[in-house]
Design a protein around this ligand. Structure first.
Ligand code: 3PG
Ligand code: MG
Length: 396
């Protein structure tokens, strides 16, 4: 593994203004934080910084704000949730740059915490604009990035601003370090046999990860909409199931590559189908080579789940990304829940990455039984694929 950046532990932060980039991109509903995992996971770094006497300036993006203020993407609910978690007052600032923000951050006392408003309310964030990065950097004397979930983005607050800090005044928080360490065990330091379970609706967004995992894993198990592409690649009908035509030759390549490498490729042997999602009441199980013209696959079947269990029974490492079906709609949640339970029951080193599979783990109340639940979806896949993480590289 390439060298880790400096840890916040090794930086001098006492009495200093510390810009702490976190990933508080949490789901918000009716002005409330729906899942606070990413906030909770950032607490060790925030607490450490306060106890060391830093004046903590927190920054994050939220949602797909497009370069101008948008109340539906305000970080205000996250500030409230953070204040409750820390049991202190968190000063929420209505912007992330400008004179008022400069004054408010300059007035912070050691141990105090401020949260800036969504950095994506400025177009300079995603554009990684040097002037915007310099403005953010001017708010602090030390820079720490703990936003693993956003480490795959080369934006002003995750990458551009780092160079304004000397090598001994920038580093990584505890969450960033924990993620890199755990994920390196499914990338470089793999205890074998290694099983990779991939699902999700689409295949095109995950080509690099699929290709990388085929090179590393001993067993590759496919579910979700991704599996339809493999069925089509075998020349079998998929009915009305979700299919990105450009994904079929990719599946074909994966099948060939697994053969060449001697990797066991495990495709679903049965699917749960229905005429449409709305007609879930008519769901039935069919064999993988019998997908009906008038139906679509919405989940893997019970036989597949049993086979997945058998094929991962002796694994020492298991990585899972992407749901096995449309798990928001019953009864199509069974496959995803089954894989979550299988992961929880396994004695292997288990890693789950990606928003929806992580959601499924939490819904099932099984997070405690997984070795590592990543706060990053795209970031964890990019890391495992061997792509650079700008948010980490900028710290070195
Ligand atoms: C995420 O949730 O994927 C990260 O916070 C990054 O957000 P983005 O995909 O909007 O860049
Ligand atoms: Mg994303």
């Amino acid at each position: 593994m390439s060298s880790l950046p400096k840890s916040i532990r090794d930086l001098s932060i006492g009495g200093k203004r510390l810009f702490l980039r976190v990933d508080f991109n949490v789901p918000i509903k009716d002005g409330m934080v729906k899942d606070d995992t990413r906030i909770v996971e950032a607490l060790p770094t925030i607490r450490f910084a306060r106890e060391a006497g830093a004046k903590v300036v927190l920054a994050s993006h939220l949602g797909k704000a497009k370069g101008s203020p948008d109340p539906k993407y305000s970080l205000a609910p996250a500030a409230e949730r953070l204040a409750t978690a820390l049991g202190i007052k968190v000063r929420f600032l209505p912007d992330c740059v400008g004179e008022a923000v400069r004054q408010a951050t300059a007035a912070l006392e050691p141990g105090e915490v401020a949260l800036l408003e969504n950095v994506r309310f400025h177009a300079g964030e995603e554009a990684n604009d040097p002037a915007f990065a310099a403005e953010l950097a001017a708010l602090a004397e030390v820079y720490v990035n703990d936003a693993f979930g956003t480490a795959h983005r080369a934006h002003a607050s995750t990458a551009g601003m780092a160079k304004h800090f000397a090598a001994d005044a920038r580093g990584a928080g505890f969450l960033m370090a924990k993620e890199l360490e755990a994920l390196s065990k499914v990338k470089d330091d793999i205890d074998r046999p290694f099983a990779a379970i991939l699902g999700g609706a689409k295949i095109l967004g995950k080509i690099a990860a699929l290709e990388a995992l085929v090179e590393k894993a001993d067993v590759v198990l496919i579910g979700g909409g991704m599996a339809n592409h493999f069925v089509a690649a075998l020349g079998l009908p998929v009915g009305k199931s979700l299919l990105e035509p450009e994904g079929v030759p990719i599946a074909r390549k994966v099948i060939d590559r697994c053969k060449a490498r001697g990797v066991k490729l495990v495709l679903p042997s049965d699917f749960v189908v229905a005429p449409s999602l709305e007609r879930a009441g008519e769901a039935k199980t069919v064999a993988m080579n019998a997908l009906p013209d008038a139906g679509a696959a919405f989940d893997i079947g019970a036989k597949t789940l049993e086979m997945f269990r058998r094929m991962t029974a002796d694994a020492k490492t298991i990585f899972w990304n992407g749901p096995m079906g449309v798990f928001e709609t019953k009864p199509f949640d069974a496959g995803t829940r089954g894989v979550a339970e299988m992961m929880a029951a396994s004695g292997a080193f288990t890693v789950v990455g990606g928003g929806e599979s992580v959601e499924a783990i939490h819904q099932a109340g099984l997070a405690e039984k997984i070795s590592h639940v990543s706060t990053g979806g795209g970031a964890s896949l990019d890391f495992i694929s061997g792509k650079p993480l700008p948010g980490v590289d900028a710290l070195r």
